[in-house]
Design a protein around this ligand. Structure first.
Ligand code: COA
Length: 148
């Protein structure tokens, strides 16, 4: 991600669920991307010069990496961009560790189906993590145990 991607990414995130339901505002995203997200690895999917998708990774998390954020612009969904982004993240993550973890909101049925299709297992439920009455589901994809 480069600073020039910020406006498109903030627009994408501040108009999209699950973050609307979870209470994240445009101000939150502007503050987070100021002008880019520090201390994370951030990849952007470029469609015709415009940032149409984003993946944010936090390395070194529980014998693996943690995918903080994955989103594709509403008008570009269902065309393979999400797969492209996550497969890129997997390539990077599995070159250095054995696990990739993600959280998905329990009400986000489309994303849960997407991650299941890509081989992610639902391994835990984190109740009331962000807002009361909603859970985050912890997902894991692995290429094997730490010790072989
Ligand atoms: C979830 C999201 C990232 C998926 O990206 P996408 O570009 O729409 O997905 P893709 O087109 O790459 O789909 C990849 C595969 O998942 C499958 N898939 C995608 N959405 C699906 C759904 N709702 N139900 C079942 N399968 C689905 C596709 O059929 C495709 O399978 P194939 O490659 O084997 O044919 C995107 O829809 C999005 O940004 N949603 C809103 C934000 C969000 O929920 N992010 C996740 C937060 S944890």
């Amino acid at each position: 991600m480069e600073a020039r991607d910020r406006d498109a990414i903030v627009e994408l995130l501040s108009t999209s669920d699950p973050w609307l339901t979870l209470g994240f505002t445009r101000a939150d995203w502007l503050a987070a991307f100021d002008p880019v997200l520090l201390d994370r690895e951030v990849y952007v999917a470029d469609v015709g010069g415009l940032a149409a998708g984003i993946a944010v990774v936090r390395p070194s998390y529980m014998l693996g990496d943690y995918l903080n954020l994955l989103a594709v612009a509403a008008g570009e969904r269902g065309r393979g961009l999400g797969r492209l982004l996550i497969e890129h993240v997997e390539q990077v993550a599995f070159a250095r560790a054995k696990n990739l973890f993600i959280c998905v909101s329990d009400f986000n049925r489309a994303a849960r189906a997407f991650y299941a299709r890509l081989g992610y297992e639902e391994v835990g439920v984190l109740r009331d993590l962000i807002v009361a009455g909603r859970s985050e589901i912890l997902l894991r994809k692995t290429i094997g145990p730490f010790r072989q």
